[in-house]
Write a protein that binds this ligand. Structure first.
Ligand SMILES: [Zn+2]
Length: 224
């Protein structure tokens, strides 16, 4: 994984940035990046959520989440059945390109190709697909941040990896808003996995070179 860890304070990140957030499910934008979005009001975010466009419960909640995050966004209807049938990374890539406005982004934020916990195939596929699109020039971005969380092989709720390249502790105010979005806007019970997970800090692996990002994916993985 890349370089040295960087710590930063939210209020120091006051530059305007064009940011694309690309996630698998409605709620991923809050759980893994919501605090960063809320802490950086000058980011102009476009949030792509690849699954659940036709889910009459989750889709309207995603729209409310966009409002709270002062972001634009769009949903797709990529397969998200309970069987989690693996999808070819090219199919996921095409779905992303259909939804993401074609322009240059200062920053793209997405899932890690290793996922955030044990284990959600769609998360890993989205992470790989975004890196593939970046590396082949189909997504134009100055840098990419991949979510950096792990759950000790399900021995605890996912937590941010402090040895990622970015580690971003949230203020209590920001965390409370994030928790409100998970429990009220998305309606998860306080005892749910999502509510109990809601991380107090957010961590990312930061890449500025698409080749390096691609090299980080296991060399024996020929899916990208
Ligand atoms: Zn998800």
């Amino acid at each position: 994984m890349p370089g040295e860890k960087e710590y930063f304070l939210p209020m120091l990140q006051l530059s305007s940035k064009s940011v694309a957030i690309i996630v698998a499910h409605p709620d991923d934008e809050i759980l893994w990046a919501g605090g960063s979005i809320l802490s950086n009001p000058l980011w102009k975010c476009f949030i792509v959520c690849l699954c659940r466009k036709n889910d009459s419960d989750r889709a309207p909640r995603f729209l409310k989440s966009l409002e709270a995050l002062r972001s634009e966004g769009i949903m797709g209807d990529l397969d998200d059945g309970p069987d989690q049938v693996p999808l070819d990374v090219r199919i996921v890539g095409r779905a992303i390109l259909k939804l993401l406005p074609a322009k240059h982004y200062d920053l793209v934020v997405t899932h890690s190709f290793g996922g955030e916990y044990t284990r959600h195939v769609r998360h890993e596929e989205v992470g790989k697909a975004v890196i593939h699109l970046w590396e082949t020039g189909k997504i134009s971005a100055s840098e990419l941040w991949a979510f950096a969380y792990e759950d000790g092989k399900q021995s605890y709720f996912p937590k941010p990896i402090e040895t990622g390249t970015l580690y971003f502790p949230l203020s209590q105010e920001v965390w409370l808003e994030k928790y409100r979005l998970i429990t009220e806007t998305y309606g998860f019970d306080t005892q749910s996995w999502e509510a109990q997970t809601t991380p107090h800090a957010e961590a990312f692996y930061k890449y500025t070179d698409p080749m390096k990002a691609k090299e980080s994916i296991k060399v024996d993985d020929d899916s990208v």
